[in-house]
Design a protein around this ligand. Structure first.
Ligand SMILES: [Cu+2]
Length: 280
């Protein structure tokens, strides 16, 4: 019996090791995942560092408050402390419990504002992409290349081996590695949200409004998975975001093919859709 349970636990341990080891650099949600996806690009690295700092701060505060509660319950319980103190205030203590939290907030605010302004800064973008959220798919437009195409999730019955259920799409957003991409985000019907966790990019897609954000795409060919992050109706769960990053050469080859396949003059561009929507 002992031997069997030992075997059972070693199998689980080994299995989980391989599960995490093989997926260590995945840019997609994983079964039983704890914590954030591994960060890719400078924005995600900064966001990840801020998250780790906050985790330390909140853990320390929670443990300190728990210690105080337990200490008070034990030390000042009725049978140990029959005559309770009548003290109403203590100046030193009150100054301390005001100043220390202020200092903690300042320590948190500095990297937090640094990240906020980094996300919002004007960059020398290598290219611009226009993203439009539509019930229930995304439209990607490359204004400099006159390309526009829709990106639909692949239904369960059409999945090919290796494709991810509820995540893979027919036409992913294709971008070159090592590039800074300006992203303009619009909505066509209701609010959606363009969200790619491993790149730490999230921006609302709002009808009649153009939001702007940028993506720092690191070197290396990789596929980043995300999802719509704003409840937008019945099929909200079925409009994933796939960002496929190619080498510069492969991107150029893709662009040549895409210009033939996705010439944007046969469909409304994002701007035209917004204008059409507003004139209703
Ligand atoms: Cu949605």
């Amino acid at each position: 019996m002992k031997m069997r349970s030992l075997k059972f636990f070693s199998t689980i341990l080994l299995g989980s090791f391989f599960l995490f080891a093989t997926n260590a650099y995945a840019s997609e949600p994983l079964p039983w995942q704890l914590g954030l996806q591994p960060p890719s690009g400078s924005i995600a690295v900064m966001a990840n560092d801020l998250h780790n700092l906050l985790l330390i701060v909140i853990t320390a505060i929670s443990l300190f408050v728990l210690f105080l509660l337990v200490y008070v319950c034990v030390r000042f319980r009725a049978d140990k402390n029959p005559n309770p103190s009548k003290r109403t205030h203590n100046s030193v203590l009150e100054v301390l419990w005001t100043v220390i939290p202020v200092l903690i907030l300042v320590v948190i605010a500095v990297p937090s504002f640094r990240l906020l302004y980094y996300l919002d800064k004007q960059i020398d973008a290598d290219m611009t992409i226009k993203v439009t959220g539509i019930q229930w798919y995304w439209n990607y437009e490359y204004p400099d290349q006159d390309i526009s195409f829709d990106s639909y999730m692949i239904a369960d019955e059409d999945l090919k081996p290796g494709q991810k259920r509820l995540l893979d799409v027919d036409n992913p957003l294709v971008l070159p590695e090592g590039s800074k991409v300006k992203v303009l985000i619009a909505g066509n019907d209701v609010m959606h949200s363009f969200f790619v966790p491993s790149l730490a990019v999230q921006e609302y897609s709002v009808p009649g409004k153009l939001n702007e954000v940028w993506m720092d795409i690191p070197l290396g060919e990789k596929t980043y998975y995300g999802q719509c992050n704003q409840i937008c109706g019945t099929n909200h769960a079925y409009m994933p975001v796939v960002v496929k990053v190619l080498s510069k050469d492969k991107y150029k080859q893709w662009l040549e093919k895409a210009k033939i396949e996705f010439a944007s003059n046969d469909s409304l561009s994002g701007k035209e859709m917004i204008l059409a929507d507003m004139s209703k």
